[in-house]
Design a protein around this ligand. Structure first.
Ligand code: SF4
Ligand code: SF4
Length: 90
């Protein structure tokens, strides 16, 4: 019989994205956020932080640009922008 698999599916928080992110990254607009936390919960990298309405943001050091946060936001308060965009989250 097989023993228990010893896998450890860690989030890649601890492995910086470096330069290989997709060509887009999320920009939090901070206009219509209702603090539902869906973006925070769906992010596979665990790199979104914030606590109150219009305070959520992302640690770009770990974001992979997958776009899930923008897709799930019910208020469309996250937009994906090109890496060259000057839009910055604080
Ligand atoms: S684009 Fe993907 S990895 Fe980046 S913050 Fe959104 S859900 Fe997380
Ligand atoms: S999913 Fe959108 S509305 Fe919900 S906390 Fe994130 S930014 Fe705010």
């Amino acid at each position: 019989m097989f023993g228990p698999l010893n896998v450890n599916p860690l989030k890649s928080k601890g492995a910086k994205t470096g330069t290989w992110r997709t060509l887009v990254r999320p920009h939090f607009l901070h206009k219509n956020c209702i603090s539902c936390k869906l973006c925070l919960q769906i992010c596979p990298e665990g790199c979104i932080y914030g606590k109150e309405k219009n305070t959520y943001s992302v640690d770009y050091n770990f974001c992979k640009g997958c776009g899930l946060c923008a897709d799930i936001c019910p208020k469309k308060d996250i937009e994906m922008v090109g890496e060259e965009s000057k839009e910055e989250d604080k």
